[in-house]
Design a binder for this molecule. Structure first.
Ligand SMILES: Nc1ncnc2c1ncn2[C@@H]1O[C@H](COP(=O)(O)OP(=O)(O)OP(=O)(O)O)[C@@H](O)[C@H]1O
Length: 773
């Protein structure tokens, strides 16, 4: 179909050069013009109200008419209204495309000779499809909120003429002026429609991406805000309906609990503040959980909950005796301590510290104290603890923060006056994460612990009702400030007879019950227990004894379960049969006396022990090699011993030259176990004299003593443990410093009877006894 041009178009028409805009046919638009630009529009009256609007090619040029595009738009002047100040508003309506053939007059008004551009818009399947798609695309663009003038909107639905549609849509597109000019110059309506379609597709894509990005952002930012608003709305609705939402229910429940938690006033205030904060936090946020857990902790802590003390000291004595054999002195001191405690509940007295080798009953004494008083019992081990936070907790700012062990355990016990046993205070460590010992000081020091502040709780908790008991294997490694605040109760190792009694009176019965053999009681003969003590254990305490008794009983239980005839009595033969080959031998009797090997006595954290110090010599530069994981102090005493022997060699019948060009090697077996301390001095000297004089050292003479450079023998510690170890190993004579004679009082009579004791002032006396020949 051909578009009919129904206007009466003169051959010559005034022309107005356009700069930044393009006029399209069918476009109704307004221009605000200065007075000097008005003339072509005013002159239009003479030319059927028509004026040609043509874009200048190069806007920077001064010669406007010289450089015009070829195609422009013929427009009808609808109205000219002068503005009050200056210039006028001109309303125009695009009519048709025109081609400028010539400029026939330049001044005072430009006149141009034009020719209408005829557009042929064949309606075809292609054009119809394009029109349909364009319409659909437009709707999509509109759905992204791109506004379209109302009149254009209305028209679009009715226009099926591709030429008109493409021009209308072109107006709608946000295209640069040059691009619009190209569309104006595209005469073929179908071609133009295609171009417009492409531009619109791009535009829709752009809008789509923009929309997606915007949606993503709003989704992210808005989600929590939206949720919060919805929740608030829900709350209001529920309030109006007289219902309670689950969160308000939770908060109300927490409030009730807070009120009933009997916390101190200042803590209550903090908890209340936290609860108010919790109300404002979005429950889906991690912060909510942090706040909630904190409140749960504050509520659960036994601020005022305590167990009533059983203050009957006689009853306490009975319980202690029921649970433990002997330990007279220890029990005496515990009872004194308890007596004071029961009279004055919150004493600022020292803390009990049980020191002794493993398995001597430190922990079980603590348990008994808890049982006599009727208090809860808590036990934590401080061994290897290096992080202060383990005691005092992490600040809540850390993710996953928790209170320290002290508060956690008190919380678990549910009482503010438990017996709190801190094991292995001698093994507490220090590193970059802080010093747990100083945190522990705050816990234990009665001057400070009424307001112990855990980092997590951040509120003080009164620990004065808690009865702390510490345990250690050795006293020396305990940090001095901690030691200061403790009342040390030493538990020494047991003699074989004591072990036998403990086993007979306590351990066997305990294990029978433990292993469900009560219905089929069995009896251990004394010899059987002694065999376990001698052949299967080597220890100061009774832990391994208990373990081996348990092992025998379990094997008996297994036999009963298998239907074998029950054994009425456990004899030494049965023990050997059930426990297998002997595990420990008499180390002293096992070998003969040797040159360069002397028997020493050591005090380790597992009690006393015997050590065989060995020395050998070889050709060399006179070095002293020391092996066997020796500590600094022990190395120094080896050097001192060598100097002493060398300096006094004449006395021992050793020629001076024997030391020339000789390298000496001293080794202390059980090389992987670290050893330290000065008490091996006399043994080192004995070994060296034996080595150089060729006199064998008596294996059954065990010695202990620090030695000065002149040969004086100085006092040592742990004599009882050492003597017990010597006896266990089959030693006949114990040589010890004269200053330790007083320690004999602690040694049981039967042990004293079995061993010969020699208290010496000078190492020469030792040599006299220990060396043969
Ligand atoms: N005098 C005793 N009377 C009765 N039983 C005892 C006695 N001494 C120790 N025991 C028992 O020996 C076992 C080990 O004791 P416990 O666990 O108290 O040792 P410990 O000194 O705490 O050792 P560790 O230093 O290794 O913690 C317990 O079953 C305990 O009851």
């Amino acid at each position: 179909m051909t578009e009919n041009i129904t206007i009466n178009m003169p051959e010559i028409v005034p022309l107005y050069p356009l700069r930044e805009i393009i006029a399209f046919p069918y476009m109704v638009f307004t221009m605000f013009l200065k007075h000097e630009d008005l003339l072509p529009f005013e002159e239009a009256v003479l030319f059927n109200n028509l004026v040609a609007l043509v874009k200048i090619k190069d806007e920077t040029t001064g010669e406007l008419l010289a450089d015009l595009h070829e195609i422009g738009t013929l427009c009808k002047v609808v109205s000219i209204s002068k503005l009050p100040q200056e210039g006028a508003k001109v309303v125009l309506e695009g009519v048709i495309r025109v081609r400028v053939l010539a400029i026939v007059q330049q001044t005072p008004v430009a006149l141009s000779r034009l020719e209408p551009v005829r557009e042929f818009a064949e309606k075809s399947m292609v054009s119809e499809a394009l029109v349909g798609s364009l319409n659909a695309l437009l709707k999509i663009a509109l759905s992204y909120g791109r506004p379209l003038p109302d009149d254009v909107m209305k028209m679009i639905d009715f226009i099926d003429n591709p030429a008109r549609l493409s021009d209308l849509v072109a107006l709608y597109l946000n295209l640069p002026v040059d691009e619009l000019q190209k569309l104006l110059e595209t005469i073929d309506p179908l071609e133009r429609l295609k171009k417009v379609y492409m531009h619109l597709t791009n535009e829709v894509q752009r809008l789509q991406i923009k929309g997606e990005v915007q949606a993503e952002v709003t989704k992210k930012v808005g989600k929590s805000q939206k949720e919060f608003l919805l929740r608030e709305q829900m709350k209001q609705i529920q309030e109006e309906l007289g219902e309670e939402d689950s969160r308000t229910g939770e908060v109300n429940e927490l409030r009730h609990k807070l009120e009933r938690a009997k916390m101190p006033e200042e803590v209550y205030k903090i908890a209340e503040k936290e609860l108010k904060r919790l109300e404002r936090i979005n429950p889906a946020s991690p912060e909510y959980t942090v706040s909630r857990t904190y409140l749960d902790y504050l509520i659960a802590i036994p601020w005022q909950t305590s167990t009533p003390d059983n203050k009957d000291i006689n009853q306490a004595e009975k319980v202690l005796n029921e649970d433990h054999y002997d330990l007279k002195k220890v029990k005496e001191r515990i009872l004194e301590y308890l007596a004071v405690r029961t009279l004055k509940e919150k004493t600022k007295g020292p803390i009990l510290c049980f020191v002794g080798p493993p398995g001597v009953g430190k922990t079980s004494l603590g348990k008994s104290i808890a049982r006599t008083l009727g208090r809860k019992f808590i036990r934590i081990s401080l061994g290897g603890m290096r992080d202060e936070a383990e005691i005092r907790g992490h600040r809540r700012t850390y993710i996953g923060a928790l209170p320290g062990r002290i508060i956690q355990e008190i919380n678990r016990a549910g009482s503010n006056n438990p017996i709190f046993m801190l094991d292995e205070v001698d093994k507490i460590g220090v590193d970059f994460r802080g010093d747990p010992a100083s945190a522990l000081l705050e816990v234990l020091d009665p001057e400070q612990n009424f307001s112990f502040t855990d980092h997590y709780l951040d509120v003080p908790f009164d620990l004065t009702s808690v009865m702390f008991i510490t345990t250690a294997n050795l006293l020396d490694p305990i940090p001095a400030p901690l030691k200061d605040r403790m009342e040390v109760i030493t538990l020494t190792g047991y003699t074989d007879e004591e072990k036998l009694n403990i086993a007979k009176k306590y351990l066997v019965q305990r294990e029978i019950e433990e292993n469900g053999l009560s219905a089929n009681p069995i009896a251990f003969t004394d010899e059987a227990i002694m065999r376990i003590i001698h052949d299967y254990t080597r220890e100061a305490g009774v832990r391994n004894l208990q373990r081996n008794i348990a092992s025998v009983i379990r094997k008996v239980v297994k036999e009963i379960a298998q239907g074998k005839t029950a054994r009425p009595e456990i004899t030494q033969e049965v023990v050997s049969e059930l426990l297998g080959p002997q595990r420990f031998f008499d180390e002293v009797a096992a070998e003969k006396d040797r040159v360069g090997v002397a028997t020493g006595l050591a005090w380790t954290e597992s009690g006393g022990d015997i050590i065989f110090i060995e020395a050998t010599k070889m050709k060399g530069k006179g070095d002293l090699i020391l092996t066997g994981s020796l500590g600094e102090v022990m190395k120094e005493s080896a050097r001192a011993a060598l100097s002493f022997v060398q300096a006094n060699s004449d006395e021992f019948g050793i020629p001076k030259k024997d030391f020339d060009n000789t390298t000496i090697h001293i080794h202390v077996p059980a090389g992987s176990i670290p050893k330290d301390g000065p008490s091996a001095g006399v043994t080192m000297a004995t070994t060296l004299v034996s080595l150089f004089s060729g006199r064998p050292a008596r294996r059954d003479v065990a010695m202990t003593g620090e030695m000065s450079l002149t040969g004086r023998v100085l006092a040592i510690g742990g004599l009882k443990e050492k003597v017990l170890a010597a006896r266990r190993a089959g030693v006949k004579t114990v040589v010890a410093p004269a200053k330790n004679r007083k320690d004999l009082d602690d040694i049981p009579d039967n042990v004293k009877e079995e061993l010969e004791f020699l208290f010496v002032e000078d190492v020469r006396e030792v040599l006299e006894h220990a060396l043969n020949g």
